[in-house]
Design a protein around this ligand. Sequence first.
Ligand SMILES: Cc1ncc(COP(=O)(O)O)c(C=O)c1O
Length: 389
Amino acid sequence: MSAHLMNTYARLPVTFEKGSGATLQDINGKTYLDALSGIAVCSLGHSHPAISDAICLQSKTLMHTSNLYQIPNQTELANKLIQLSSMERVFFCNSGAEANETALKIAKKYGNQQNITNPTVIVMENSFHGRTMATLSATGNPKVHEGFTPLVDGFIRVPFDDVDAIQALSNNPSIVAILVEPIQGEGGVHIPQAGYLTALRKICDTNNWLLMLDEIQTGMGRTGEWFAFQHESIVPDVLTLAKALGNGMPIGACLTKSKASEVLVPGNHGTTFGGNPLACAAGLAVINVLESNHYIPAIANKGSTLLKRFKEALAKQTGVLDIRGKGYMIGIKLDRPCGGLVATALEQQLLINVTRNDTIRLLPTFVMSSEQTDELVTKLTNIIKHFLK
Ligand SMILES: Cc1ncc(COP(=O)(O)O)c(C=O)c1O
């Protein structure tokens, strides 16, 4: 630990030295099962050989030029993402917050183009969109706002998974867009009712609003489809990605369709690093591995099996309020604060996360073997049972 690092994280007392597949090894040689994947980043596991090779090769060829020039593998990655998502255009950046900043700038300018005086975006209670000023203002968690007033304005907040609350805002002339996570991740793995996104799509079409989906956590196969919106038959106007797009190489993307594609023009937005040859080589390798190994359809099945196993193992356990999930995104809600379970699990060489104080969140790697899955279910079930005793 260094006194010279800014005091932004309460770090756990462990230092990892290397990783392979679904496991990490610390500096004392102890191996840990990673059921968090660096918070939904390393979906393909640690040190995936195809991704490491792609990064290694690209770094020896050309790492960075500038967005002032043509970048062939940026174009190739954009083409690939467009093909997978049915979107039309891509802006590459370096993180989730930057991808959402891009989306919010598109919404603001889209409103300004129509001479709307205070273009306003509908956002959700309990949401998470990032830590920059605009994205923390969009975030629906008072703790994230604390100490950072005045917030960026131009947001109206409604409860998540409440179509009527949004419908009720239809007559508000300042609204230009809805920004929503298809499944709330940081907020505790909340899955809306089936048809929620379809209903939002309809409201946006009727009112000429942009439907902007934050798939930074749910995208790239995490829920058993390339993108969570593909569980319903809709396509958004704006889609944001990051996290697993680079499997550890920092890369984010904001994708647009139809009217949202026409908003930004040269001089409106930019980035020095975003979409550089190195980051895009990683993104291309990630997509290639996901496609060629058919990981994503498998995650839909493996995810429901894992969920079922937790439900069975904890069926009679008092203190477990809910077990929910989609694909490899699972939340186990307890009836009490359980943040301490992260350290307990760490002692037992298992990496998990607790969000919103009372919800254990699992975001395992797609490469977890069946033995490792057994280990995860057995260890975590015992930890929870012991804790609730
Ligand atoms: C849904 C969602 N949006 C945005 C972000 C912010 O991404 P980043 O930390 O890469 O800025 C996160 C990160 O957890 C997220 O889960």
